[in-house]
Design a protein around this ligand. Structure first.
Ligand SMILES: Cc1cc2nc3c(=O)[nH]c(=O)nc-3n(C[C@H](O)[C@H](O)[C@H](O)COP(=O)(O)OP(=O)(O)OC[C@H]3O[C@@H](n4cnc5c(N)ncnc54)[C@H](O)[C@@H]3O)c2cc1C
Length: 419
């Protein structure tokens, strides 16, 4: 087993890190000031995107890119360490056209779009000319169980008519958000996993109403986690993605690599929090000692390092598995990273805040923002409990299979009887 990154990955890591240090970090303050003044997208975003693209740092996330599409065609394992670097700044991924939820939508369109849909929606997304959103979650039903989704997508002649309410739709308040991929029921009485479909809804379709951008922990993301109403929204049947009833399957297909991306960005955030924790512990003194010389603080530093390393190895293994056995074969690992990494990040950031004392709670460090991100990630893309349920179910199924296999393995009851 080789734990080193490939030469290509190392080279790209150097390039992405260099880009971040040279072009993104110096603009952190300007980004904050412009967004606070209501200027979003910020004035320099398009210039930075053009620069990143000219340096080949574009669409780094999509392994199946065609030769005629812009980007590198990196594997998930090659991209993962780059996502870690991007995670250090909340808006950095967009500079490289690697931001969620556009990445997930590009993956979906890449897999399931018709030629016409590719031309109209995928190509502008791959070129970073438009933004998009994915609308599944609803206020009226427990949406961590996708089969609960109630939005109706009713066929009427050559059109679908959509009625429903969605919320927490990331990117829906982005001024460049041109379309939404909406999940809803085309067959409410069908077999539970075949009731849902996905349709592409241009944002400017009559009946689409942006109700509000919902603050998350009192924090308002400029691109939005927004509430939307769909009132008799009509789109041509050609806007159906995949086939009727494929919604559930496509939602599953969309989530594998996206979870690796989220988790690697979270590891980048945890590294940043640990760096800050160490810096602060090296410069502050209480009771005659530097903070790192107090046992509790040095233990927090050590625990944080161990937890980050464990988490990264698991995420890289998951990326490798997606590359080698596909997202379906890696579903246990995908669930594991989504349960492990946000909690790990939450713990590391919490310790860093404690080391900073009161300052750790203010906007004078990125820690408060990192903490909010970590807390959100424990719910967004499925809450921890749902992933734990999936892991346990797979583990139990494997246990049941072992029991019936008659292998040489000593199953637990046999161990007990042998005693
Ligand atoms: C910042 C952010 C961005 C988001 N972006 C998007 C987006 O772009 N598009 C989109 O469609 N959605 C988005 N979401 C919504 C997110 O995917 C949902 O909030 C999530 O799937 C949970 O659904 P819910 O809020 O309806 O919680 P519910 O389904 O009501 O669940 C509530 C709680 O019940 C518990 N629970 C659920 N199932 C189980 C179980 N099996 N065992 C034990 N406990 C359980 C969990 O603790 C869970 O937190 C976003 C959310 C956030 C916070």
């Amino acid at each position: 087993m080789d734990f080193a990154y490939s030469a290509r990955t190392e080279n790209l890591r150097g390039q992405v890190r260099g880009f971040l240090d040279q072009h993104i970090v110096p603009r952190l303050g300007q980004w904050q000031r412009e967004v606070a003044a209501g200027a979003f997208p910020v004035s320099f975003m398009e210039d930075l995107k053009a620069l990143a693209r000219s340096e080949g740092l574009w669409n780094l996330f999509l392994p199946s890119l065609g030769a005629d599409e812009p980007g590198q065609g990196l594997s998930n394992l090659e991209y993962a360490p780059l996502a870690e670097i991007m995670g250090r700044v909340s808006w950095a991924s967009e500079v490289f056209n690697c931001n969620a939820p556009d990445t997930g939508n590009m993956e979906l369109l890449h897999m399931f779009a018709s030629d016409e849909q590719r031309e109209r929606w995928l190509n502008p997304l791959l070129n970073g000319e438009i933004r998009s959103a994915f609308a599944m979650t609803e206020p009226d039903v427990a949406s961590s169980d996708a089969s609960n989704i109630q939005t109706l997508i009713r066929r009427e002649g050559g059109e679908y008519v959509i009625n429903g309410r969605k919320w927490f739709i990331t990117n829906a308040s982005h001024p460049e958000c041109a379309f939404l991929i909406v999940m809803g029921k085309t067959d409410p009485d069908g077999e539970p996993r075949r009731q849902q479909s996905m349709v592409i809804v241009p944002f400017d379709t009559p009946g689409v109403e942006l109700v509000r951008n919902i603050p998350v922990m009192h924090h308002l993301a400029p691109e939005g986690h927004s509430e939307l109403i769909f009132r008799d929204v009509r789109v041509p049947v050609g806007n159906l993605l995949g086939a009727e009833g494929d919604g559930f399957m496509m939602a599953q297909a969309r989530l594998g690599p996206g979870r690796v991306h989220h988790c690697m960005r979270a590891i980048g955030m945890a590294e940043l929090a640990l760096e800050l924790m160490v810096e602060r512990a090296l410069e502050r003194k209480t009771f005659g000692r530097y903070l790192h010389q107090h046992g509790s603080v040095s233990e927090w530093i050590a625990r944080s390092r161990m937890e980050i390393e464990q988490a990264r190895l698991l995420v890289l293994k998951t990326a490798w598995m997606i590359d080698n056995v596909g997202a379906k074969g890696a579903r246990k690992e995908i669930a594991m990273i989504k349960a492990v990494v946000p909690s790990m990040l939450n713990g590391v950031v919490d310790r860093a805040m404690q080391v900073f004392g009161a300052m750790g709670l203010t906007p004078d460090t990125p820690l408060a923002d990192l903490w909010i991100s970590s807390r959100c990630l424990r719910i967004a893309d499925g809450p921890d409990e749902v992933h734990l349920r999936s892991i346990a179910r797979l583990e139990i199924a494997e246990g049941q299979e072992r029991r019936g296999s008659g292998s040489d393995y000593l199953t637990p009851p046999e161990v007990l009887r042998a005693r």
